[in-house]
Design a protein around this ligand. Structure first.
Ligand code: NAD
Length: 358
């Protein structure tokens, strides 16, 4: 009822992505590439996931243009250039990205120039496969943009491919998805449909992630986590993000902190910062988490899954907090509670020590 009272006009503009979800769905890779009208797919991966890429390439048979397993975090421009050259040299007419956000990101960087389709096979919970957002790092600065050209045309979620994701990557990666879902609830352009997906995603991740880290081979929990991650990506692609994502972008870009871990650490504090200004939305998050407050529920979930909760444990220097607060508050942007230096500096200090939010 409360939602109806507050409902105002909204725009719902979701581009369609074909999604194949389940256990063993990679079997359908060749037919899905064919469905895109492609004949020569270049398979992308990180060096660590070369084997997964080679398996995908085998499944494609004559439709494979080869494997390019050079994806690295944050898509350096040099990597993107080399991949673009290789894709052109091999006459690729489609990119199959097998991996997490780094691999999907490389696919996007190539597709941005060529306009050719991406078929994504996500193996983490980052959610990039559902967004038109791309990022390329040049001279140490990551520039992001939005272009529907880079949104994958098809996504194959195969739960089997996530079974190898170790608990220490799976936990923070799941919290990265959680961050998209929580910030989506109070986005400036939030809409009731996307908020439904967000609540469903939060609920599913809260139940699945503790089981995933305890029993990595549990297919039910792995399915739940991947489903929650899909919803997280959908929310991230559909509505704008706020202070939390801005802070993570700052900390990742200027202090080189690991992507999923920085999301994990910051989320409880960004949520606490916005609690009063977005009370109604965050109370929905708390309910989905089965907690009294969203900030505490998120923090407790991180502790339960053994994920980091303090900036000091993931490489942030204390003397960098002032600069981080300055960068994060430099350009005014939407956030439910106005963003000011003192408040953000305090938020960062709380996150530095990793105290449970009050
Ligand atoms: P990642 O893609 O860098 O993967 C982390 C590590 O885990 C890699 O070594 C990878 O090979 C390995 N890995 C992945 N799946 C595995 C599996 N199933 N089993 C074993 N190992 C596996 O990490 P990420 O967190 O998925 O992605 C982070 C990057 O994605 C960042 O650059 C971030 O900015 C970007 N991102 C972009 C968007 C977007 O919408 N554009 C959204 C989220 C993240």
């Amino acid at each position: 009822m409360a939602t109806i009272e507050r409902m105002q006009g909204f725009v719902y503009d979701q581009p369609a992505t074909r999604v194949i979800f389940g256990v063993g769905t990679l079997e359908r890779l060749a037919e899905e590439v064919k469905r895109l009208g492609a004949k020569r797919a270049l398979v992308l991966a990180t060096p660590e996931q070369r084997k997964d890429a080679e398996d995908a390439s085998r499944r494609l048979g004559e439709m494979s243009a080869g494997v390019y397993a050079e994806a690295v975090m944050h898509v350096p421009i040099e990597t993107a250039r080399k991949a673009r050259e290789e894709a052109a040299r091999l006459g690729a007419d489609c990119y199959v990205a097998v991996g997490g956000g780094s691999t999907v990101g490389l696919g996007k960087a190539i597709a941005l120039e060529s306009g050719l389709p991406i078929l994504a096979v996500p193996t983490t919970y980052a959610g990039s496969e559902m967004t038109p957002i791309y990022g390329i790092t040049e001279a140490g600065v990551k520039k992001t943009g939005k272009d529907r050209k880079v949104l994958p045309k098809t996504v194959i979620y195969d739960v089997n491919l996530t079974l190898s994701l170790p608990a220490k990557i799976a936990g923070p990666s799941g919290m990265n998805a959680m961050a998209h879902l929580v910030e989506g609830l109070y986005a400036q352009d939030a809409n009731p449909i996307i908020s439904l997906l967000a609540v469903e995603g939060i609920r599913t991740l809260a139940v699945s992630l503790p089981v995933v880290v305890k029993e990595p081979q549990n297919l039910v929990a792995r399915s739940g986590a991947l489903y929650g991650a899909w919803l997280g990506g959908t929310v991230l692609g559909a509505v704008g993000m706020a202070l939390h994502h801005k802070l993570c972008h700052t900390l990742g870009g200027s202090f080189n902190l690991p992507h999923a871990e920085v999301h994990t650490v910051i989320l409880p504090y960004a949520t606490a910062y916005n609690q009063q200004a977005a009370a109604q939305e965050l109370n929905r998050a708390a309910e989905a988490l089965g907690a009294k407050s969203a900030a505490q529920g998120i923090y407790d979930l991180s502790v339960k899954i053994g994920a980091p909760v303090a900036l000091q444990d993931i490489g942030m220097p204390f003397d960098g907090l002032d600069r981080a607060a300055e960068i994060a508050t430099q350009n005014p942007y939407y956030n439910p509670r106005p963003v000011d230096y003192t408040g953000v500096r305090q938020l960062l200090e709380d996150a530095y020590y990793g105290k449970r939010p009050a």
